[in-house]
Structure formats: structure tokens, C-alpha cells
Design a protein. Structure first.
Length: 140
């Protein structure tokens, strides 16, 4: 999947599936966030496409040297979860920000590793005039 702004291609492999569902971060989520993380998986291709703010981070602890021999990239992204009424009609969206954790492997390819730092947006929804205008993933 390609990040529109940078033209980076991010692969998804089995390691992502294992980390996404069983990471320390995932296991520490409380409240509504475990359900949010589980449901947002449907929009991962779009979340990669709209990602911004690419930045590199060294693997300081050398914990993941085999997994990310060249370090890590992080990208900011966002997504929306529909809120429905008793009739199943969408009445609004809850918009969330998150960070894509991408490992930079020795083969110089980028692999999605996890999605972390999930936070509900408290500012104006991104499709209103009072925001930056970027629409969330599930906005129709």
C-alpha cells in the first residue's frame, strides 16, 4: 500500500498481524480503545494512504535488530468510527488519530508493525470548515 504524500510503499506481513493483536500496547488498552483498535483494522489501507508526518527513529534498545535492522518510521494518520442510533443509522462519527509504526528492514522495505497512540480527536471534526480539511478514513 502506498502513502500518498511520500510515495512510500508499506507492506503488511504476518509479523504485523501478530503484533497488532498481541503487542504490549494493545494489551494495555483500556475503556473503548480495545474495541476501537479491533474495528479500525478494516480501514488500514486507507490509513496508510492518508498518512503524514513521516519520521525516523533508531532502534535504541536493539530489541528488534532482526525485525527492524535499519530502524523505525512513524507516520501520523486518522480514522473515524461511525456512531449509530437504535435503528442502525449513522448519526455521527468519532474521529481518532493514531501513529503507524513501520519497521525499516534490512531489505530496505517498509513493513507495517503496529498502530499505536490511538487518541480520540477533541477538536472540530476534520470535515468541517474549522479544521485542516482532511477527511477521516470512513467519512462518506
Amino acid at each position: 500500500m502506498e502513502v500518498s504524500k511520500t510515495k512510500d510503499f508499506i507492506y503488511i506481513d504476518k509479523m504485523f498481524v501478530d503484533e497488532y493483536t498481541g503487542s504490549e500496547y494493545t494489551n494495555k488498552l483500556v475503556g473503548a480503545l480495545p474495541k476501537v483498535k479491533a474495528n479500525m483494522s478494516q480501514g488500514i489501507p486507507q490509513m496508510i494512504e492518508i498518512a503524514t508526518g513521516k519520521r525516523w527513529k533508531e532502534d535504541f534498545g536493539k530489541k528488534h535488530k532482526k525485525k527492524a535492522g535499519k530502524g523505525w518510521f512513524r507516520y501520523n494518520t486518522r480514522f473515524a468510527m461511525p456512531v449509530t442510533n437504535d435503528n442502525g443509522e449513522i448519526i455521527e462519527y468519532k474521529v481518532y488519530q493514531a501513529v503507524l509504526i513501520v519497521r525499516y528492514y534490512a531489505d530496505e522495505k517498509l513493513y507495517l508493525y503496529d498502530i499505536q497512540n490511538i487518541k480520540k480527536e477533541t477538536r472540530y471534526p476534520s470535515w468541517t470548515e474549522a479544521s485542516d480539511g482532511q477527511k477521516p478514513v470512513s467519512y462518506e
